[in-house]
Design a protein around this ligand. Structure first.
Ligand SMILES: C[S@@+](CC[C@H](N)C(=O)[O-])C[C@H]1O[C@@H](n2cnc3c(N)ncnc32)[C@H](O)[C@@H]1O
Length: 219
């Protein structure tokens, strides 16, 4: 914009921090299949940043839920461990998070980095800026448990809500445009919704709601 990059992301971070939010992490979504383009003064962006804010230092995080196969890295880097790799040491910034790469020698799964390599999805969802299902799915798995609530205040075509439902989370989507609310709703209508716990028996309660009768022995 006007010959330089926009600073709105930086300003957003500072504004939220002023409101008391902790800027906990920044993830990069690397768009693996980004198509080429040419601009006079820069190259095409092939990434977007995903900012994490929390209200408190302690928050739910299920790192095991997003572990990835060790892959070729285990075959190459781990087999030629250097002196620094086998000695635990604290990072230079004094974060207290030491590393001991040798600990990972016999493992099949590793924790991912904060760079997510995901292709954009080109399927027609009638929304120009929809993101791949795997993107919200990754964050939902990382930060929530089954039955938790997920809120997307910019729901667009409803990708976040679909990912949430696929993972047995509840979700709420909001959009300023009614057409996108309708689009998201229609996308979710094919998903099977379970109102009550399977295996339970219910009776009507004055026509208002249902009341659980008894717990099934088979549930
Ligand atoms: C980048 S799109 C989200 C796309 C979505 N992640 C998907 O996969 O389809 C952003 C959405 O935010 C909506 N939006 C923009 N400003 C808004 C506001 N002030 N309140 C609610 N929704 C807004 C836009 O209409 C648009 O659908």
């Amino acid at each position: 914009m006007n010959g330089e990059r926009h600073t709105y992301v930086l300003e957003l971070i500072l504004a939220l921090r002023r409101q008391g939010w902790l800027w906990t992490e920044e993830y990069i979504w690397h768009k693996k299949n980004c198509y080429p383009g040419k601009w006079p003064n820069r190259f095409r962006d092939a990434w977007e940043c995903c900012l994490q804010f929390n209200k408190t230092k302690k928050f739910k995080m299920f790192q095991d839920a997003v572990r990835v196969p060790m892959g070729g890295w285990a075959e190459t880097r781990l087999k030629s461990l250097g002196k620094n790799d086998v000695v635990r040491f604290d990072s230079r910034v004094g974060s207290g998070f030491g590393k001991n790469i040798a600990n990972w020698l016999d493992r099949d799964l590793a924790y991912p980095t904060n760079v997510l390599h995901l292709a954009t999805e080109t399927g027609n969802k009638n929304h120009s800026a929809s993101f791949p299902l795997a993107l919200p799915a990754w964050f939902i798995k990382l930060f929530t448990e089954e039955g938790d609530w997920v809120l997307d205040p910019f729901v667009g075509s409803g990708t976040t809500c679909e990912a949430a439902q696929n993972l047995a989370r509840n979700s709420v989507g909001i959009d300023i445009k009614q057409e996108y609310v309708d689009l998201a709703r229609s996308r979710l209508s094919s998903v099977k919704l379970t109102l009550f716990e399977p295996g339970e028996q219910y009776v009507a309660n004055n026509g208002k709601s249902a009341r659980r009768l008894h717990r099934s022995k088979h549930s």
